[in-house]
Design a protein around this ligand. Structure first.
Ligand code: CTP
Length: 402
């Protein structure tokens, strides 16, 4: 990418600060960045900070005589190899879709003869509004390219689509476009295309009789979020799930099961896969007694409840003939988290173990702290929402298998 030049347009949104990181990432790859900041963008980042990082002049004003004498807006819009809008606000995209040209950013977008990559960022309601959808369609018809937005927690406190793609993802998209891959499927949006990812999630339920069962507190939220994140990155996802109270993610092949043995059979039938992610909280034991008649209180069969050990699904798949190239286990621990996780990595022959401290409200809660344990060491991620953790894990999978 060296010797390439990007014209970066920074719009007015809370995600504007990520444009600074983007400039640094591009500079590391030898890419030069000219920058236009909108008036609203200047509320979030200053020309001084942008210029300091890019080492280049920053343009803000359509009617600046000195700027026009040095480099007119037409030349500015054409001197780059690619125009990148970060963050692409609803307002900027609406202007570009309509062909408005009442400030330097919109004039540049209208005057350029280069491809434009938008990294949208806005509140989920604004993103889902029919007006925004229409504008995006118009921009696509005009050969614009998009990276993101992602699903996640937003600065406004809501959850959904509208979070700007991470700077690393935007750089990946830029690299692909500059390499001549401008078809949408070639962008960083679908790096897991052609990969089959098999995921287990939720608890299993081991019947004692027709009305009672053994199970655990797993909500399925983390496994479902990982399935959604992998699907969004283009993977074919098979989600084998125990009973949970959340809706199946769209675009994912769902297999609903109850018991550990059913879960194992479903997983084995879904192979081959490129990646296996074992998120389910599989019940380790099942009652020996599973009668089709309700056990009466005065009967002694449940005292004590005799148990048989369930198959270890992760260990079976990791040691099987059809072993996926990347096998990821989870380790729910309440103490000595790292040591238990390392022991499970070896015992179950996985490539990674994602360790969770479940002594707090992780099980059933909305947030998670993950420690990614591999044979090379451990990487502890800070506390984040299960959606963000899922996305981060999916991007790590991309680095390994895509
Ligand atoms: N696992 C599995 N089948 C089982 C038990 C666990 O596939 N019968 C998987 C889980 O999905 C998880 C990993 O193994 O990816 C570790 O699960 P965990 O419950 O933390 O560990 P256990 O092996 O059950 O060991 P222990 O309960 O002693 O910690």
């Amino acid at each position: 990418m060296s010797e390439k030049r990007i014209l970066l347009i920074i719009g007015g949104g809370i995600a504007a600060f990520k444009a600074l990181l983007l400039i640094r990432l591009l500079a590391k790859r030898g890419v030069k960045t000219s920058t236009v900041i909108t008036k609203a963008g200047e509320e979030f980042v200053t020309p001084l900070s942008v210029g300091g990082l890019s080492g280049e002049k920053v343009y803000t004003d359509l009617f600046s005589l000195s700027d026009e004498q040095e480099m007119g807006h037409i030349e500015l819009s054409r001197s780059a190899d690619l125009v990148v809008v970060v963050p692409a606000t609803a307002d900027l995209m609406a202007k570009a879709a309509r062909g408005l040209a009442n400030d330097l950013a919109s004039t540049t977008l209208l005057a350029t003869d280069k491809r434009v990559l938008y990294a949208p960022a806005m509140n989920v309601r604004m993103w889902e509004h029919p007006a925004t959808k229409r504008n995006i369609e118009t921009l696509r018809e005009n050969h614009a390219l998009f990276v993101g937005p992602e699903e996640g927690d937003m600065a406004c406190g809501e959850f959904g689509f509208g979070r700007m793609a991470e700077p690393e993802t935007i750089v990946e998209a830029i690299e692909k476009i500059l390499a001549g891959k401008t078809h949408l499927d070639d962008l960083a949006l679908k790096p897991l295309k052609d990969k089959h990812i098999l995921i287990t999630a939720g608890p299993t339920r081991e019947p004692i009789d027709p009305v009672r069962y053994l199970s655990n507190h797993s909500s399925g939220k983390q496994g479902y979020a990982i399935a959604r994140a992998c699907e969004r990155l283009g993977a074919k996802v098979t989600l084998v799930s125990g009973p949970v109270a959340i809706a199946p993610p769209s675009g994912v092949d769902m297999v609903q099961v109850e018991t550990a043995r059913e879960m194992l059979t479903a997983c084995e039938s879904a192979l081959p896969a490129d990646v296996f992610i074992s998120v389910a909280a599989v019940a380790d034991w099942r009652p020996k007694t599973n009668t089709d008649k309700k056990i009466k209180k005065d009967k002694q069969e449940l005292q004590p409840l005799a148990l048989s050990e369930n198959p270890d699904i992760l260990r079976t798949i990791a040691n099987g003939e059809n072993r996926p190239g990347l096998v990821i286990g989870f380790a729910a621990e309440t103490d000595n988290v790292l040591n238990h996780a390392k022991a499970k990595l070896a015992k179950k022959k996985c490539d990674w173990i994602v360790a969770n401290d479940v002594s707090g409200d992780v099980m059933g809660g909305d947030n998670n702290t993950m420690i990614i344990v591999t044979k090379d060491g451990a990487d502890e991620w800070s506390l984040m929402s299960k959606q963000d953790a899922a996305h981060k894990l999916a991007l790590k999978i991309v680095e390994t298998v895509a």
